[in-house]
Design a protein around this ligand. Structure first.
Ligand code: NAD
Length: 345
């Protein structure tokens, strides 16, 4: 492919295992004849260390220009410290939808034939970071408070995206996950909006049902096959998508796309895995599946399908697997096996 035909895209290595899995993705994408021309930028703890800012202006400028990024995980300190760069990126580029597919790639596990699509609202709810403490007597942290905000417009936006995406992909049903029995306003607005939109615009095009989040978690474990596409608010989506990742082999297998009107950022669902960082053990599959979503996003469907097939064949035919999947391969060996598969054709 000539360089003039290439699509500029921002590449963020990130923290912990980030640089290892991002290098793997770059090598695999290169073998695939990827259309992307990478603009390498920093974010997270690495950027904090290098530039004193977990989300430097150069990184934001790059994404503003390319409107497309592949991103390794970014560390966020728990409790104090800086606000999550992931959340800031989603807010900055209004990435309102987080699309997290969970599909069985290695058959014969505890759960076979899983093919779920979880669509999470990405900008509102309890993630907005409106938190504070109240001092009582000499305890400055005697009371901790958080505000959640869900707007009618935000609900409509994500629900429309979920219905339209499910219909476009030929899926059978959208399940709306909420907690409107307890958080009657905060998640009631989401449930109500879904029911109204479905009745008015979608009832003849796709089935919809609703479920309370705690029951949903239990049913996803007991019988995940009863679900197809799930749509939910920010925090519930965060938690349930780790659950659905667990159904298909763990966090090493779960990709995510953050979609906005003007930009899209692709990443693995998992974090920086500090316990295995720098050891060459990380499974890059989740990030590679995110790269496949990114190829689909720019309508390079054939390359996306070749990449997914190479992953299937490497894991199942060649049986080259990383430790989290019970295999013995390191990141590099698995990457080499994938590259060989892609080159075979
Ligand atoms: P984590 O996802 O990093 O790790 C959880 C467990 O899964 C660990 O045992 C880890 O070794 C394992 N794991 C994760 N990815 C793996 C992979 N690709 N291959 C093999 N094993 C893998 O979760 P955590 O430890 O709670 O979070 C660590 C840091 O990551 C925190 O700072 C958190 O804020 C951040 N985080 C970032 C993102 C993101 O950038 N999108 C998402 C979640 C967490």
């Amino acid at each position: 492919m000539s360089s003039s035909a290439r699509i500029p895209a921002t590449l963020i290595a990130g923290d912990g295992i980030g640089p290892e899995i991002v290098e793997s993705a770059v090598a695999v994408m290169e073998a695939l004849g990827s259309p992307f021309e990478w603009d390498r930028q920093e974010a997270g703890a690495a950027a904090m260390k290098a530039a004193g800012d977990p989300l430097p202006a150069a990184t934001l400028d790059s994404i503003r220009r390319t409107r497309l990024a592949l991103k390794g995980p970014l560390e966020t300190p728990s409790g104090g410290g800086w606000r999550s760069s992931n959340v800031r990126l989603r807010e900055e580029f209004r990435l309102f939808a987080n699309v997290r597919p969970a599909r069985t790639i290695i058959p014969g596990g505890r759960f076979d034939n899983i093919d779920l699509l979880l669509i999470r609202e990405n900008l509102e709810g309890l993630y907005i970071g409106h938190e504070h403490y109240v001092q009582i007597d000499d305890d400055p942290h005697a009371v901790a408070m958080a505000t959640g905000i869900n707007t009618r417009q935000g609900c409509r936006h994500i629900l429309e995206y979920a219905f339209e995406t499910a219909i476009a992909l030929g899926r059978k049903k959208v399940t709306v996950v909420h907690k409107a029995n307890i958080m009657k306003a905060l998640t009631g607005i989401f449930l109500e909006t879904a029911q109204q939109m479905h009745a008015e615009r979608y009832k003849d095009r796709i089935a919809m049902d609703t479920i309370i989040v705690d029951a949903c978690a239990m049913k996803l474990v007991l019988n995940p096959w009863q679900f197809d596409t799930l749509v939910t608010t920010n925090l519930f989506g965060d938690i349930l998508s780790d659950l659905t990742a667990g159904l298909v082999g763990g966090l090493g297998m779960a990709p995510g796309a953050n979609i906005g009107a003007d930009a899209a950022i692709f990443e693995a669902v998992h974090g920086s895995a500090p316990d295995i960082a720098g050891k060459g053990l990380a499974n890059p599959t989740a990030l590679l599946l995110a790269a496949a979503q990114m190829l689909d996003h720019v309508k390079h469907h054939e390359s996306a399908n070749r990449l997914r097939k190479a992953i299937d064949d490497t894991l199942n035919v060649d049986q080259v697997r990383t430790g989290d999947l019970g295999g013995k391969a390191g990141t590099r060996e698995y990457t080499q096996a994938l590259v060989a598969r892609i080159k075979q054709g």
